[in-house]
Design a protein around this ligand. Structure first.
Ligand code: BG6
Length: 503
């Protein structure tokens, strides 16, 4: 018999949130409207929220409870009756994120909800604001005693959105500030990629099957390519993006999380400690590039105008809120080395960018050639290396490429694909990443959240790149919107005799 396993319990249709209040800071913002509210509605209509559930929105914009509820309703126009029943409990507190009046008022509202709705002193504080206020909010909660559970039977947790700091020093500083109010077990650092079903499926594929793990190593794998491509440009996020860039926005978190799941050793148990210990160990094996290696192994790019999905689009420097001379990167490609027994000598090529031809996230593993090919070059003209591709989004699935004989009298061999599609294999609906993670935070399962040591190690990996790029002299490669990135990124692989796949 093994102990209760939180990740597996997560698959249980009886999994329901206990009575609680979700306090959302940044309640008038985009993330709340686009992601959090629809995810909560889906949880409600799935019967996973307690009838004693409430949201308290906190933001600077003045609003009454009724106005906030109307806004919440607008976010999900076709909501279920179950949602209607809880929205009436939602409250709103307007105020500055550092002012004592805000937290005094919040404290009163929370007590009222405990009495009126029966939320039992349980709170999940969710930071959906700009990162600059994370510290101020935490300190405010601390000053007003809102970081401590009311009694032994209740809980207080803190969910924090990315970016967690702007660099290693910033992350360490933030950790210190937050740890003054919350213990590490109360802190849930979110990376919504971990809530994606197919990201979790990397674990299922690797550790529930006997056939993949034996070849998942340097003896069989030639190299790995991880792609996180987006066709979208900035929209109204130019101002925010100017202070982020692709390295902070995607590589430090989403890319390194997917990388860690690909690299990690099998955990003894699929629980928070088992998985997170192995992920940290994997991240520690990622070679931290020396400044000279950054120049050779990392490409920093920015898009010019071009055509994406049939539409003419402006260059990054012409986008709303962007400096016309901006040097912020919208594309990063890098070659990474892993210093451990399993992966030594296997290059990991990762790339991410905005305004690429399409939205696709995948992990592609290319295998080594057979030791001897008993066919002539003419017969194998259409044969490429074996490859295993984990498609994370969209069209979630797995595809395996191998050689097969072309029907006919001649003995010709070419590559074919065997495809598994999530959509076709399962009737169950895939919950949105936020739905999964919000429920995890309410239930108290931190498995798919990032621990302090993980976030710090991820910053350590990107730090030399940040340092080098802070010098305005480092080249910024250009690419046309709608292309697969700058020419320099192709050269990164050509140098090793390889090519990027076209996903
Ligand atoms: C966010 C980034 O974390 O992830 C955005 O800040 C990016 O810039 C988004 O667009 C991508 O998420 P998804 O789920 O659409 O792949």
């Amino acid at each position: 018999m093994t102990d209760a396993n939180p990740l597996l319990e997560g698959l249980d249709s009886d999994r329901r949130a206990p009575p609680c209040v979700l306090v959302v800071y940044g309640a008038s913002g985009d993330l709340t409207q686009r992601k959090l509210i629809p995810a909560l509605e889906a949880l409600a209509s799935d019967g996973r929220l307690s009838p004693a559930f409430a949201v308290v929105g906190v933001a600077r914009t003045e609003m009454t409870d009724e106005e906030f509820q109307a806004r919440v309703r607008r976010a999900v126009p076709e909501a279920s009756g179950a949602w209607e029943a809880v929205v009436g409990n939602f409250r709103y507190v307007a105020g500055s994120y550092t002012g004592d009046e805000t937290f005094e008022r919040l404290g009163q509202v929370l007590t009222e909800l405990d009495e009126q709705v029966g939320t039992s002193g349980n709170r999940v504080h969710y930071m959906a604001t700009v990162p600059e206020v994370f510290e101020g909010v935490t300190a405010g909660l601390g000053r007003h005693g809102l970081g401590e559970p009311r009694d032994e039977g209740s809980f207080v947790r803190l969910v924090i959105e990315k970016p967690y700091g702007r660099d290693l020093a910033g992350a360490l500083h933030l950790d210190q500030a937050i740890h003054e109010v919350f213990r590490e077990e109360q802190i849930y650092r979110i990376d919504h990629y971990l809530g994606k079903e197919t990201v979790q499926n990397v674990l299922a594929l690797r550790f529930a099957n006997a056939i993949f793990e034996p070849i998942w190593n340097r003896r069989y794998v030639d190299h790995v390519q991880i792609t996180v491509a987006e066709s979208l440009g900035m929209g109204h996020r130019g101002g925010f993006y100017e202070t982020a860039g692709a390295l902070r926005d995607i590589v430090q978190n989403h890319v390194l999380q997917v990388l860690a799941l690909t690299l990690m050793e099998p955990p003894a148990t699929i629980d928070a400690k088992g998985i997170r210990d192995e992920k940290v160990k994997a991240l520690r094996a990622v070679d931290i590039p020396a400044p000279d290696d950054v120049t050779i192994d990392v490409v920093r790019g920015q898009y010019d105008s071009g055509w994406v999905e049939g539409e003419e689009v402006p260059g990054y420097r012409e986008e709303e809120g962007v400096d016309p001379a901006s040097r912020t990167e919208t594309y990063v490609a890098m070659r990474m080395r892993i210093d451990n027994w399993r992966w030594a000598g296997v290059p990991f090529y990762v790339r991410t960018g905005k305004r690429l031809p399409k939205r696709v996230t995948e992990v592609a593993m290319e295998f080594q050639d057979v030791p001897h090919l008993p066919f002539g070059s003419k017969e194998t003209r259409g044969l490429g290396p074996n490859a295993l591709v984990l498609r994370i989004q969209p069209d979630e699935g797995i595809s395996l490429r191998f050689g097969a004989k072309v029907p006919g009298q001649a003995f010709r061999v070419r590559s074919v694909s065997m495809d598994f599609s999530y959509g076709a294999a399962f009737l169950e609906e895939t919950p949105d990443a936020y739905e999964r993670l919000l429920l995890d935070a309410m239930v108290g399962d931190p498995t798919l959240f990032i621990r302090a040591d993980e976030v710090e190690q991820a910053w350590r990996i990107v730090q030399p790149i940040q340092e080098l790029w802070s010098d305005d002299a480092t080249p910024l490669a250009r690419y046309g919107a709608g292309s697969w990135g700058p020419r320099e990124a192709d050269r990164l692989l050509e140098r090793d005799g390889r090519r990027w796949r076209s996903p």
